[in-house]
Design a binder for this molecule. Structure first.
Ligand SMILES: *Cc1c(COP(=O)(O)O)cnc(C)c1O
Length: 396
């Protein structure tokens, strides 16, 4: 197993062990200079000429290609833009249009609420009997029938880390004539993904989690290459038009994946992400996965040995789990606040999940042991039982 550790490439505050790269990745060292360069040399000096001279207009496709390399998507099948919620809506609306004789969108109760809310909003707008059907994650396979237009799932459960089998479920969806949409929010940069092998029609994901693109970094959307010139983009913005600067009064979808663009790209965020993506150029995802599993297994073993009151909420089999480990504890919110106060940053997910993300580019075995020591102190000394830790912040 090749070493994937490159701590020196990230800004990691002194005294912090960061187990929350699954929510917001840390800042790569080279990002501030890159963003400053775009501001000072491009925006300030070139002004509007930057769109052509500095290649701003091509960034959504260029960065999409870099993201695509990590998820088994060929160049020209991924483009960046908007936020993940918007890309979920866009992909879902496009997918539904591909099966006009069917009315049901199938998802599961482990999906991230925003994905389900976007689907609810879409079916409400469509009317005509369209519905969103959600079943328990383990019941998805049995619920795929010939009334399903689209199966929409997130590969890795944000709360527990439980993984769906992308290839098997996609095959089942296709066997029953449904379109498959995968959300890779907790997969891209966390584990190997092969969209070409999975053969799904659509995939979407965000880049501020494991890809370290920074708060508000643009999302990605993938369309299977054989569909990319025929799919209806649903969100028909001017930059997805075939010739935006013709200012045609009628929409004509653009060529290839460009049709999934909507409006003006966030150039500063795109620059930060483009710089962050350079860190992946020499990373073998199989090595990353092996390192992630080793860290997670060490963490579970040490926590269970020292803190038996924490109950594993993630699958015990590492191959059924993404790159996070979650434990249940009744006072999980207060406990996580107390742990954070002592320099170990994880997060809390209602109702009782303490969630820890493992990111082998900047975490090693020593960090895991140090984190467990702090968690054990908090838990075994009941240090969480303090009113200061019980007041909920807006962002957990
Ligand atoms: C993080 C996450 C989101 C967040 O969507 P934004 O629009 O980027 O805020 C959506 N879906 C899933 C599955 C996520 O994990």
């Amino acid at each position: 197993m090749a070493n994937v550790l490159k701590k020196e490439c990230f800004i990691l505050p002194e005294g912090i062990i960061y187990l929350d790269g699954n929510s917001l990745g840390p800042m790569p060292v080279d990002v501030p200079a890159r963003v400053a360069g775009v501001m000072n040399e491009e925006w300030a000096q070139m002004l509007i000429r930057g769109w052509n001279k500095a290649g701003w207009m091509a960034m959504p496709g260029d960065v999409g290609t870099a993201v695509g390399r990590l998820i088994g998507a060929p160049a020209g099948s991924v483009v960046m833009g908007d936020t993940l919620s918007i890309k979920v809506y866009q992909a879902l609306a496009s997918a539904v249009k591909m099966r006009p004789d069917r009315r049901v969108i199938l998802s599961d109760t482990g999906n991230f609420p925003s994905d389900l809310y976007m689907a609810e909003g879409l079916v409400g707008l469509l009317g005509q009997g369209y519905t969103l059907r959600t079943v328990a994650p383990e019941d998805v396979a049995g619920a795929i029938g010939d009334d399903i237009a689209v199966v929409m799932l997130t590969e890795v459960d944000y709360r527990t880390g439980r993984m769906h089998d992308m290839k098997a479920i996609t095959e089942m969806a296709h066997a029953s004539g449904a379109v498959m949409l995968w959300d890779l929010a907790h997969s891209a940069g966390a584990l190997p993904v092969d969209l070409t092998a999975a053969n799904c029609e659509f995939a979407v994901g965000c880049t501020y989690k494991y890809l370290n693109g920074g708060p508000g970094a643009p999302a990605f959307i993938y369309v299977r290459p054989d569909l990319v010139d025929t799919v209806e983009p649903a969100l028909a913005g001017w930059l997805g038009h075939r010739a935006p600067f013709d200012f045609d009064l009628n929409y004509k979808a653009g060529r290839g994946i460009d049709r999934m663009r909507v409006g003006t790209p966030p150039v500063l965020q795109m620059a930060a992400l483009q710089e962050a993506m350079k860190l992946w150029e020499d990373v073998d995802m199989a090595d990353l996965r092996a390192a992630s599993i080793a860290l997670q297994e060490q963490f579970i073993q040490e926590i269970e040995a020292q803190v038996p009151q924490l109950i594993l909420a993630s699958p015990r089999d590492p191959h059924q789990r993404g790159s996070q480990v979650s434990f249940r504890f009744e006072h999980g919110y207060a406990a996580m606040q107390a742990v954070i106060d002592r320099g170990v940053i994880g997060d809390f997910r209602a109702p009782d999940i303490m969630r820890f993300g493992f990111t082998p580019l900047y975490l090693d075995a020593g960090d895991v042991t140090a984190a467990v020591t702090i968690i054990a102190d908090v838990m075994n000394g009941n240090l969480w039982d303090d009113d200061a830790y019980k007041v909920r912040n807006a962002v957990t």
